[in-house]
Design a binder for this molecule. Structure first.
Ligand code: GLY
Length: 356
């Protein structure tokens, strides 16, 4: 028996260039050319978004358009597989770049396909939902859903370019806008007291709020790019509840908007934090006031008309990735604007969801 050490090459990802601003989309072709040195590119887009913005965008991707099923339906191996087959048919080469246009689901499916195509080609993200602008388009997480849970099969594949244009929000459905506010509330309650204070008054300057959230996410991703130290895991505040409810509802083919489920998850996390003395009564009231202000679900039945009992939820918590040695790893707020990864008994957590 002989043993060798083969140094593992560093991840290929280098910096992500982030461009934010109204009308930034009008520079898309130029930004792609600049960033990728004139490489050929294809646009993989949520079909619904593409229909709405095709004329306005007026781009001619050299490798063409690849429409994706709208929303969460894009996040399946079947969609990724047919994208990969299309890439091969069209001759998308190693030097090419995949530009994704749409919400988080489009970025997940097309990003995962790009990560797999010829063992990985470059990507750029153009998020069109509020949720994707503040979270999903940044940091490289790409995954599809399995019958056993959300986002269970995927990789980190960081985009080289992200172009965030708040003008896309003009055509975003109201429920999707509120869904984005769920993720914004996560940043406020878990990471930034000043953002929480300002959101108590309303959204205010939306572009500035997006920029603040992008800044918070960028700092976290720089500190813990592959979610190994516990820092990035804090971005899952509200998500243990959200993923369990989304997976439970998916079994009945009911779609629960992700950010609204996160909003409810924030209530659950705040209730547990109050029980554990991590939030004072005043802080708990202030967190709930913020969530109320942005019309995020106040109770489980606001989110799901016929909510499940705790016993039905426990197995879905067990399917989540956040289990280590049988302990459910969750994120709870520690005061307003701070948060911490901790462990909790799964049935206690399920009961807290059911009681919400
Ligand atoms: N959306 C959570 C993360 O990117 O880690």
């Amino acid at each position: 028996v002989r043993e060798f050490q083969l140094p593992r090459p560093a991840q290929r990802d280098s910096a992500t260039r982030i461009v934010i601003g109204k009308s930034a989309r009008q520079q898309l072709a130029q930004l792609v050319d600049d960033t990728f040195g004139g490489a050929p590119w294809a646009l993989c887009a949520d079909g619904h978004v593409l229909q709405l913005w095709y004329d306005d965008l007026a781009v001619e991707p050299p490798l063409g358009f690849f429409p994706l099923p709208p929303g969460e339906a894009a996040k399946s191996f079947a969609v990724v597989e047919s994208l990969l087959e299309e890439f091969t048919r069209v001759g998308v080469g190693r030097d090419a770049c995949i530009v994704t246009l749409g919400g988080g689901a489009a970025g997940d499916a097309a990003g995962l396909a790009a990560a797999l195509h010829l063992r990985g080609i470059a990507t750029a993200n153009v998020p069109t939902s509020l949720l994707s602008m503040v979270d999903a388009s940044l940091g490289g997480k790409c995954a599809v859903n399995l019958a056993t849970g959300k986002n269970l099969a995927g990789t980190f594949w960081n985009p080289a370019l992200v172009v965030i244009d708040p003008d896309f929000l003009e055509t975003l459905a109201e429920v999707e806008f509120r869904s984005g506010l769920g993720e914004i509330a996560k940043y406020a309650l878990g990471f930034s007291q000043p953002l929480a204070d300002s959101l108590q008054q309303g959204v205010g300057d939306l572009a500035a709020v997006i920029e603040t959230c992008v800044g918070i996410k960028a700092d976290i991703v720089i500190a813990d790019p592959y979610e190994t130290s516990g820092t990035r895991a804090r971005l899952n505040l509200g998500h243990t509840t959200a993923h369990a409810l989304e997976a439970w509802a998916a079994d009945d083919e009911v779609l629960v908007p992700h950010g609204l489920a996160v909003g409810l998850g924030l209530r659950v996390a705040c209730n547990l934090a109050l029980e554990e003395g991590r939030l004072s009564q005043d802080e708990h009231s202030s967190a709930n006031a913020l969530l109320d202000r942005h019309q995020l679900p106040a109770t489980l039945s606001d989110l799901i008309a016929k909510p499940p009992p705790a016993a039905e939820l426990t197995p879905f918590l067990g399917r989540d990735k956040k289990i280590i040695a049988g302990e459910l790893r969750v994120v709870l707020p520690n005061g307003i604007g701070a948060s911490e990864v901790t462990t909790i008994d799964a049935s206690r957590f399920a009961q807290a969801i059911a009681n919400c």
